[in-house]
Design a protein. Sequence first.
Length: 231
Amino acid sequence: MSYYTLVAALPDLPPLARCKQLPISRIALERRLTMLEEEDLKQLRLAESLYHFSASPEQAVSDQKLVYQWQSQLEQIHSPIIRECIQLRLEWQSLIAAIRQRQAGAKGPEQFFGLGRWTTRIRQHWQEPTLGLEDAMPLLIQLQPQMLKGAAGEVEAQMNAWLWQNLFQVERSHAFSLETVICFVLRWGIAEKQIENDADQALKAFEAMAEALISAPGIKANIESAFEELS
């Protein structure tokens, strides 16, 4: 099919740091995606399920089985560049999992299973702060201190910014193709997750502020007095 009409119908996504509201809803996006042929749509769905992987308790499987599942599904992605984008994402997932696993101290390197080029190196350099990958993946140097203090939100934000840029470059270098569409949808998913996280953080901050105010002696006394009058 010609992808020109579909790509032209997709709005520009603002830079991730400034993306506070999506320019297109999922419902509207799905309407546009109906222009895809069935096989292309299957490729898109598979790419999304891998890139934005999340496991529910009901789907919990061992790390080893999960990696085998990822490898099998990756082989079904037809586009080499999209397959590479997804592998990068899953390699990052594996790296972050390795650092968290090491910090928890529950498992050793021999029990680590990850996807991608760095699995053997990770096991060999298990006790090093950045798993011996500071040259290959410099972003790890920035993420490692934040991971040590448990700043999961900051780690995710920086990793997503890096992944967003990777997808954006691929999207721009493959104009009016299925790759363009898939990269756009994957970036849309990153933006959606960031907006949801920002909303969750804002709600938590509001609840903490409200609790602190209610706990203040003067306000607490006024609230108790008001309840007494109503009773």
